[in-house]
Design a protein. Structure first.
Length: 148
């Protein structure tokens, strides 16, 4: 599968998990860990494999994407740190902020970066997709066992 298709599938998966968490109406530790692990695996795949291939072609856009990753990671860590005693209102406020930031980032990637990759990295996207799949297996095995 092409790298862009794998990364788009990751986006959909994380949004599905967020919807499940919201529907649960509570701080579901298992779902939260799956979101955390899935985002960490996805981000590392982009940072280590996809972005380096795109960096020479569009350095400004890739820098914006990396900055967005940092902001998303900060919100994710904040969400993980919220304990029940802080209240569910705070938890869902942070979840909503995370989802909003993630949607903005996905819109940028899928609207600008991925189409450019499809055009300029045509022949390499399948091989890159294979590398991403292998890297995901490694990350799930070593660090992020709950990643979808």
């Amino acid at each position: 599968m092409k790298a862009t298709e794998l990364l788009k599938a990751d986006h959909r998966n994380v949004f599905d998990l967020m919807n499940q968490l919201r529907a649960a109406g509570k701080r579901d530790a298992l779902l939260l860990q799956r979101i955390y692990d899935s985002l960490k695996v996805h981000t590392q795949c982009e940072e280590e494999i996809f972005y380096p291939a795109m960096q020479p072609m569009n350095p400004d856009e890739i820098q914006r994407a990396r900055t967005a990753h940092n902001e998303i990671d900060d919100l994710l860590e904040e969400l993980m740190a919220i304990r029940i005693q802080k209240g569910m209102v705070v938890f869902f406020e942070v979840l909503n902020n995370l989802e909003q930031k993630l949607r903005q980032h996905v819109e940028e990637e899928e609207g600008k970066i991925f189409p450019e990759a499809e055009e300029r990295l045509k022949g390499n996207l399948e091989e890159m997709g294979n590398r991403i799949e292998e890297y995901k297996i490694d990350l799930r095995t070593t660090n992020y066992g709950m990643a979808a």
